[in-house]
Design a protein around this ligand. Structure first.
Ligand SMILES: *Cc1c(COP(=O)(O)O)cnc(C)c1O
Length: 385
């Protein structure tokens, strides 16, 4: 029996994507697998353990202390870096679970030092450097100042590295800006070379695909913090993906009902769609409460028996309607499986035929937002050989 709405995660594909990325890196570089937001909706503990056990991954990044603790408790035992803010009151959890904390600013580092007290020297930390993102980190336009602050705190915390984030790594017309960011990061890393920090990194997926060149010393690019590409999706619609990378996530639902809609009738809330001809319309029990974006109303597609069917009318909280007129005709003339529109037959919301990249393009979003947005009420099923 099929369910109502569920996600299928192909673990073999995640492992394969990891291996393909690993081969693209330069010798001496390592992947830091980005597991934030429940591994972009794929399930962080299952994904991290898969990468640890099948791919030998020893380095992970998350967005917050709850995610970090969850991975540790599940048995993830490599480095876990929190990329952003952790409440200062959680210093003892950082120590207890051996989590590496990003230092967001000089002030943040000072306060964390104070709450950690005499245990600070055991607290693993990496300084964020702001080379142009204007989000977190020490301002790289003052390299001497950065150096002084990092040296000061390297003497107090267990400082394992520094990192920066490239603002427009996916955009060729911004290459000059990106290269400027990388250059100022290299300068700071070189000033600190005597500290021999093992974890100096600047690449996300897009920078890993486009800016991992010999011009950057390995000492400034020891890790690539890869997220989206491990899940098989593009950092940007324009990104060229390495061969063999495939989306790991498919989202399925079923046919709940099929009905005739006559020319002139409207479909759904607000009557945003009016039939200009007689149509066959299927109702699918997935809606925006499942994370199926309401902006897909009259724009998105679902795939039924290989046939692309347009979403018609507004996406409701728990249901959506799709135009299956053409599919019904194919069934009638024997060119599509007879049961394709039966109650309980499978409908693909995301699949190789219509991926999160395709969906994102249809609603001017990004695949990240689509996959992170699939809500908790949609169960995840894991497939592996
Ligand atoms: C999310 C994130 C990444 C991963 O980005 P992708 O584009 O998914 O590879 C890397 N670094 C930082 C700081 C991030 O916040």
């Amino acid at each position: 029996m099929l369910g109502r709405s569920w996600v299928e995660i192909d673990l073999d594909r995640i492992a394969e994507n990891y291996r393909i990325c690993e081969k693209l890196l330069r010798p001496g570089q390592t992947i830091m697998a980005v597991m934030k937001a429940d591994a972009y909706g794929h399930g962080d503990t299952v994904t991290a353990k898969l990468l640890q056990e099948r791919c030998g991954c020893r380095s992970f990044a998350v967005s917050n202390i709850e995610e970090a603790e969850g991975l540790r408790k599940a048995g993830v035992d490599g480095q876990i870096l929190i990329l952003g803010y952790t409440p200062l009151s959680c210093a003892s959890e950082l120590l207890e679970y051996d989590i590496t904390q990003a230092l967001l600013s000089e002030e943040y580092a000072q306060l964390l030092l104070e709450v950690a007290g005499e245990k600070a020297s055991k607290l693993k930390a990496q300084f964020a450097i702001d080379t142009g993102m204007k989000r977190i980190g020490l301002d790289s336009s003052d390299p001497e100042g950065c150096e002084a602050v990092i040296r000061k705190f390297a003497a107090r915390f267990d400082m394992t590295g520094i990192f920066t984030h490239i603002a427009a790594a996916d955009n060729a017309s911004e290459d000059e800006f990106s290269l400027g960011q990388i250059k100022s990061f290299i300068e700071i890393s070189e000033r600190l070379s005597d500290l021999e920090l093992p974890c100096v990194h600047y690449m996300n997926s897009a920078a890993g695909l486009r800016h991992n060149t010999q011009a950057v010393p390995l000492s400034a690019s020891a890790f690539a913090r890869l997220g989206i590409v491990l899940y098989g999706l593009k950092p940007d619609a324009s990104s060229l993906m390495p061969g063999g990378i495939k989306p790991a996530l498919a989202w399925r639902s079923v046919i709940a009902m099929v009905k005739a809609v006559r020319a002139g009738e409207s479909i759904g809330y607000g009557r945003s769609f009016s039939a200009d001809r007689d149509m066959t319309v299927a109702t699918v029990p997935t809606g925006y409460a499942d994370g199926y974006r309401r902006s897909l109303s009259n724009k998105g597609f679902v795939i039924i028996a290989g046939c692309r069917c347009r979403v018609v009318g507004r996406v409701c909280m728990d249901q959506l309607m799709a135009d299956v007129t053409e599919l019904q005709k194919l069934i009638d003339c024997g060119k599509a499986p007879a049961g394709a529109l039966d109650i309980g037959s499978e409908v693909s919301l995301l699949s190789d035929e219509y991926s999160a990249d395709d969906m994102a393009e249809d609603i001017s979003s990004i695949s990240y937002e689509i996959i992170c947005g699939i809500s908790k009420r949609v169960p995840r099923k894991y497939l592996q050989k």
